[in-house]
Design a protein. Structure first.
Length: 278
């Protein structure tokens, strides 16, 4: 029997009907459980993030794709085009400038502590110890633990600056990462391992295709068009190593020097260094 291994939450809203359309059973998993299932490589159709790719095949999409996705043509069929972006109410140009209690960075246990808290602060500072110190300061002041809490905080005026994924709030007027001048790419798609599947021509919002309908969100189209792949092929190995270190640091079990050494030794190898990013 065909199995589609996919995300929980809002991802599952469009993946479950897709699985039925393909005649497959849907296995709903959290982020890291899905990654580990994909890494084990049992036959099936996997909904993966671009930075995970280690094997699989997929038909070519029938529409143009962003430049950041071109290396995965024929390997991953793009479904959800998502990019990490920056929000500000205009008073602060970077997250590190915003005062305690006014910054929105996702502080959910697991992978988000690395990708949504530590990474954007590192991209701003290019210094592991400084990024950690900022993360701890903001963490003590209180940070959102769910995407909806983060977005609601922006809408209510609680957060004056924030990093979020475009798919969480596509109607907000968002900006590229202030340090890079571009959004950080993070695309989800389907890849088949050991099975043959004919995929329909469809996509979710925000679409990764440059010819897609964006009204009334044209102001965010350029963020997907110019998104850059910052996280390299070693990113997920880094996440599994870094998460317990960051969690221990935030809770006071490890000092900044020890945490910075542990995180800094492998960070460069986990990130793309091309296109003058660093």
């Amino acid at each position: 029997m065909c199995v589609v291994y996919g995300r929980e939450g809002y991802h599952a809203l469009f993946l479950k009907p897709l699985a039925r359309l393909l005649g497959c059973v849907y296995a709903e998993l959290d982020y890291m459980s899905l990654y580990r299932a994909y890494r084990r490589g049992n036959p099936g159709l996997y909904y993966i993030e671009d930075v995970w790719f280690r094997g699989g095949v997929a038909p070519d999409p029938r529409r143009p794709v962003p430049r950041a996705l071109e290396p995965l043509r024929g390997k991953m069929y793009p479904v959800l085009g998502n990019v990490q972006v920056f929000y500000t109410d205009g008073r602060w140009g970077t997250a590190s400038e915003a005062p305690c209690g006014r910054i929105g960075l996702l502080a959910k246990a697991g992978e988000p502590l690395v990708t949504d808290l530590f990474l954007p602060l590192y991209l701003e500072t290019c210094d592991v110890a400084k990024a950690l110190a900022l993360a701890k300061e903001f963490y003590k002041c209180g940070l959102p633990s769910t995407p909806s809490e983060l977005v609601q905080g922006i809408r209510s005026g609680k957060y004056a600056a924030a990093y979020l994924w475009l798919g969480w709030a596509p109607d907000l007027r968002l900006r590229p990462n202030p340090a890079l001048g571009r959004a950080v790419a993070g695309f989800w798609g389907l890849t088949a391992i050991g099975v043959e599947v004919q995929l329909p021509d469809f996509y979710a919002y925000p679409p990764p295709y440059l010819d897609a309908q964006w009204r009334p969100y044209e102001h965010n189209k350029r963020l997907v068009e110019s998104a850059v792949a910052v996280r390299g092929p070693g990113w997920m190995d880094y996440v599994e190593m870094a998460y317990p270190v960051i969690e221990a640091f935030l809770n006071g079990a490890v000092g900044v020097d020890k945490a910075a050494r542990a995180l800094g030794e492998r960070l460069r190898g986990a990130l793309h260094e091309g296109e003058g990013l660093f």
